[in-house]
Design a protein around this ligand. Structure first.
Ligand SMILES: C[S@@+](CC[C@H](N)C(=O)[O-])C[C@H]1O[C@@H](n2cnc3c(N)ncnc32)[C@H](O)[C@@H]1O
Length: 286
């Protein structure tokens, strides 16, 4: 799990990279000879206590439509499918997908998760989905943004992420971690950190701490154009220590809206509801 950052997406090239770049590639403990692929963010959960805690937090039940992103070697897959009987899994690594296909209780989608249309999947199944996964950290934000428009077809999401990312997701105004991610996700979800996970719980261990976040879509959300909201918070947080008059002021003028929004504050001081109210105004015809 490379710490999250922008840049090139992992492709499906050769299959030779070692997980850590330290010395010779070593097979993952209990992985039947599998060598972790760094470009796929492969850090496999091996701590049975942590796995049990995560499964308890998810609390899968028979008949529920659970979907796991990145099942890997099955650390979460096995105890979850034991409880819910059928499980859909999305795995990009073709070798791991081939192993998973041998199991009749799994519906395997071999694909890049960012190409899967989860709204369509929910329509086909005729039920709302419960999303779970120990996500590849190098693309965790793109995955969260890919799922954002699907919030209304989702019951909840339990994701393992870099602890630092979870802190940003749940941060409130005035906190140093309050950021674009906080505003964009708090628009659509109620979120809480449910399990903290140290590096030693994985093989290979990542360089960062991890945490599992529970994301529950809010029943009612302001009708806001996500692109407008995203553009607006990007401008606002571009220089988070500056007074908004010097950043968001010009953007508001460009949108041609009149507002009593207080621009004498910094981006990090403004509650989510106020950003949403401002973005909602942009959609209204003049
Ligand atoms: C951090 S590992 C988690 C593996 C396993 N769930 C566990 O907890 O041990 C991330 C998993 O996501 C898979 N993966 C990486 N990029 C992906 C993508 N774009 N789409 C789907 N799966 C991906 C990796 O192959 C790997 O199995």
């Amino acid at each position: 799990m490379r710490p999250e950052r922008g840049g090139k997406r992992p492709g499906h090239g050769g299959h030779t990279s070692s997980h850590s770049g330290q010395g010779r590639p070593r097979a993952v403990a209990g992985g039947g000879g599998h060598i972790a692929r760094k470009r796929f963010g492969q850090n496999f959960l091996v701590d049975q206590g942590v796995i049990a805690e995560i499964v308890r937090a998810i609390a899968p039940k028979p008949g529920e439509a659970l979907v796991e992103i990145g099942p890997g070697l099955g650390a979460l897959t096995d105890p979850v499918v034991e409880r819910c009987e059928k499980l859909t899994v999305v795995e990009l690594d073709r070798d791991l997908a081939a192993r998973l296909r041998l199991r009749p209780e799994l519906d395997v989608i071999e694909s890049d998760v960012l190409k899967v249309d989860f709204a369509q999947l929910a329509r086909e199944r005729g039920v709302k989905l419960r999303m779970i996964g120990n996500l590849p950290y190098n693309i965790s934000s793109p995955i969260l943004f890919h799922l954002l428009p699907c919030a209304d077809v989702v019951v909840d999401q339990h994701f393992m992420l870099q602890k630092e990312v979870v802190d940003r997701m749940v941060a409130t105004p005035g906190h140093k971690d309050y950021s674009r991610l906080s505003v964009m996700l708090q628009w659509r979800y109620d979120m809480e950190c449910v399990v903290d996970v140290p590096p030693g719980s994985f093989d290979p261990p990542p360089k960062v701490n991890s945490a599992v976040v529970r994301m529950t879509p809010l029943a009612e959300v302001p009708d806001v154009d996500p692109k407008v909201l995203e553009a607006m918070v990007a401008v606002a947080f571009s220089q988070r220590r500056k007074i908004l008059r010097h950043t968001l002021g010009a953007w508001i003028t460009q949108q041609g809206i009149t507002t009593d929004f207080d621009l004498q504050r910094r981006a990090e001081e403004v509650p989510v509801a106020e950003y949403l109210a401002l973005a909602a105004q942009v959609r209204k015809p003049a």
